[in-house]
Design a protein around this ligand. Structure first.
Ligand SMILES: Cc1ncc(COP(=O)(O)O)c(C=O)c1O
Length: 359
């Protein structure tokens, strides 16, 4: 062993990325495989976005705009908030890490429902925080139990809605009730990475409904999912200027590269937005179709508000994952809990349904 990593780092598992489609195809001697494992968009970039990225490449020798002023301005205009209420980050996961850096000292409590997004325990460990997990109820968040778990040592509450991997949401009224009950000292992160896929009418826009009433709430969103820009790593946060300012202070210099900024600006143009909305509508339609087909075939499937489905198959998770991979479909297993499957194109989904068959 070279060097002396911190004990918490020594204890962390080595990050193991999921298998690529090409690797799965090679491993199983298949002509080709598909990846439905990372909740990405299956659609390629829009031509207008590719053009903006190509133009941006002329400036590869220059650092990008550190603050991404044009991008912040576009987001703040779209969301109807002041520009000091917006920041951008290296994916929304980068913003989450910055929130830990900005708010969490060793020993502080961080409250989140579990099972949820896998980075929460990792970031908690790195910060030497005390993670307080709240069990799910029927695969969904129990916000009453979240409220009860908060103490005067709690610095952050993290709520991913829709939740990864279960695809369940928190209604806006429930969130308001939670925020009404919590002290202003606790920052509540409403992580809406999959917002664009939500059709549940109990969910309203937290930027207009929650932020004006609660300075301690902050909304995280991303261009990785519905906007199909996962490779470029851009997320944004909207909140009170104090919270945004704290998150900003710990940002790596120039963390959102210029090509990414250009791509997002092009994606926010109205014609691009309209095309992206059509793609999202297709994913939502496919989500319903696959959910019905799986339920009809006898699989347990949690109704999802995201671009993925959760099959809570318990102990059968690894076997199901391996069976699908051997047929050229890479999904995401959670050992002894379930399998998460991204909604792909209609052709990809047909192939998935054919291979999964019946339990
Ligand atoms: C719940 C949730 N939040 C945030 C993210 C982060 O996305 P990104 O860092 O690409 O913006 C993901 C990605 O899978 C997620 O599932």
């Amino acid at each position: 062993m070279s060097g002396r990593p911190r004990a918490v780092v020594d204890g962390l598992p080595q990050y193991k990325p999921g298998k690529s489609a090409a690797q799965a195809a090679a491993d199983h001697q298949l002509v080709e495989a598909i990846k439905l494992a990372s909740n990405e968009s299956s659609y390629g970039p829009l031509p207008s976005v590719l053009e903006a990225v190509a133009d941006g490449a002329n400036l590869l020798n220059r650092y990008p705009d550190h603050r991404g002023e044009a991008l912040r301005a576009a987001i703040s205009e779209k969301q109807g908030v002041a520009s000091e209420q917006v920041t951008i980050g290296c994916g929304s996961v980068g913003l989450l890490q910055q929130a830990f850096l900005a708010y969490v000292d060793p020993g502080d409590e961080v409250v989140y429902p579990w099972r949820s997004f896998e980075v929460h325990p990792v970031f908690s460990a790195i910060a030497e925080a005390n993670p307080v997990t709240v069990p799910l109820k029927d695969q969904a968040f129990d916000l009453g139990a979240v409220e009860a778990a908060v103490t005067d040592r709690t610095k952050l509450v993290i709520l991913s809605t829709p939740n990864n991997p279960t695809g369940t949401v928190c209604g806006t009224d429930e969130l308001l009730q939670l925020l009404d009950a919590l002290s202003n000292d606790v920052v509540v992160i409403i992580d809406e990475a999959y917002l664009e896929f939500v059709t549940d009418e109990s969910v309203r826009n937290p930027i207009t409904e929650i932020l004006p009433r609660h300075n301690n709430a902050v909304v995280f969103r991303t261009f990785s999912k519905a906007y199909g820009l996962a490779n470029l790593r851009v997320g944004y946060a909207v909140g009170h200027a104090d919270v945004i300012g704290a998150i900003d202070k710990v940002a790596l210099p120039f963390l959102v590269n210029g090509l990414a900024q250009a791509a997002v600006l092009a994606s926010l143009e109205s014609t691009a937005e309209a095309e992206l909305r059509e793609r999202v509508a297709e994913v939502i339609q496919e989500r319903t179709r696959i959910t019905e087909a799986l339920s009809g075939a006898g699989w347990p499937v949690t109704p999802s508000q995201a671009n993925f489905l959760w099959l809570p198959v318990g102990d059968d998770a690894s076997a199901l994952f391996q069976h699908l991979e051997s047929k050229g479909i890479v999904t995401r297993p959670f050992e002894n809990e379930g399998v998460r499957v991204t909604v792909g194109t209609p052709e990809e989904n047909d192939r998935f349904l054919e291979e999964i068959g019946t339990p």
